[in-house]
Design a protein around this ligand. Structure first.
Ligand code: DPM
Length: 321
């Protein structure tokens, strides 16, 4: 059954988190859909998720997959909303029964960003001096940066973007590592001192892209979503998600990727690192883009052969207390 207004226009309800970033992203999705389907009425329903409520505990210690997505998924299953907009990197690789990834939209710069306190303006991640305090609560960023720059100091940081930037500017930290995409979408792209090269930090699976979740087989919604899908981003991020799923990593594990398409070839690089920064295993697989699932799977086997499972088992043992 399709809900309609008295004027006969079709109503589509879009679920989102309430954070600034989520709202900006959801308004973008709504505007794009509205452009393609002027006869529809798109309504936004903002909800709080567990991840929005727990602000003082390091994400990695909460250890729950779907921290930012569960409430929205319930909304989908209850028919309160028809689609849910997520930062794709926060969407677990296994979705609840009855739900699916309806589409992936075009990706912003997926890199990690170095954001600096005023007194370090002009520095890069490569030139920050020994003992400089770098704030991150991403195990992926931590492990890679420790591997390359063991002389830097790392400190956990949480809270929303503005809280974090305040802590940086008042000197609690010398630098922060955040996603370029998030800063850009919030109009704070000028805070990015450096897009950290992928040779230093491979980004999170799905980083920089939006994933739109809907009910499985909901052809009315799937038809709408086709109009705003980006096929290159979709194939790249599906390969990335296949890699992560195969390694059974939740969102809080030191797993990073990079991917691109050239002609019909999709190239995926992936890494698994130990938290102490002592070990970093990396490999690359390239194949026809239609094989995106297999590319992720094959890459996972390659890093496993290098010893990734032992690293991951140790981390799971620590995180799950
Ligand atoms: C996930 C991670 C972080 C977010 C872990 C990681 C960063 C956590 C932190 C899975 N989700 O990246 O290794 O720094 O405390 C998040 C951000 C965005 C989506 C913010 C960020 C914006 C970028 C995007 C939080 N989720 O990474 O700085 O849409 O990809």
């Amino acid at each position: 059954m399709t809900a309609t207004t008295s004027s006969g226009s079709k109503i589509v309800r879009i679920g989102t988190r309430k954070s600034n970033l989520a709202m900006v992203q959801t308004h973008w999705v709504r505007d794009e859909l509205q452009k393609h389907f002027p006869d529809h009425q798109f309504e936004i329903e903002a909800m709080s998720t567990q991840g929005d409520k727990i602000l003082d505990v390091a994400l990695s210690k909460i250890g729950d997959k779907g921290l930012f997505t569960k409430e929205l998924e319930l909304g989908l299953l209850n028919q309160d909303v028809d689609l849910a907009v997520h930062s794709l990197k926060d969407l677990p690789t296994q979705l609840p029964e009855g739900l699916m990834l309806g589409c992936v939209t075009s990706r912003e710069n997926p890199a990690d960003a170095l954001v600096l306190n005023e007194k370090y303006q002009g520095y890069t991640i490569q030139t920050l001096p020994e003992g400089a305090v770098v704030g991150t609560s991403s195990l992926r960023r931590l492990a890679q940066l420790r591997y390359h720059y063991p002389y830097l100091e790392f400190k956990d940081v949480r809270g929303n973007l503005n809280t974090r930037l305040k802590k940086l500017d008042n000197g609690d930290y010398d630098a922060l590592v955040l996603a370029v995409a998030g800063l850009q979408r919030l109009g704070m792209g000028d805070r990015v001192s450096q897009a950290i090269p992928s040779a230093v930090s491979l980004h999170a699976v799905g980083q920089g892209a939006l994933g739109i979740e809907c009910r499985e087989g909901d052809s009315r919604i799937l038809d709408l979503l086709k109009a705003i899908e980006d096929p290159d981003t979709r194939d790249c991020t599906l390969a990335e998600r296949s890699f992560l799923r195969e390694l059974e990593g939740g969102c809080q594990v030191p797993i990073g990727v990079n991917s691109f398409i050239e002609g019909e070839q999709l190239t995926l690089t992936g890494m698994v690192a130990s938290l102490d920064g002592q070990q970093l295993l990396k490999d690359t697989v390239s194949s026809d883009r239609a094989e995106h699932e297999k590319i992720g799977y094959d890459l996972a086997q390659l890093v496993r052969e290098q010893g990734a499972q032992a690293i991951l088992d140790e981390i799971f043992a620590q995180v799950e207390r």
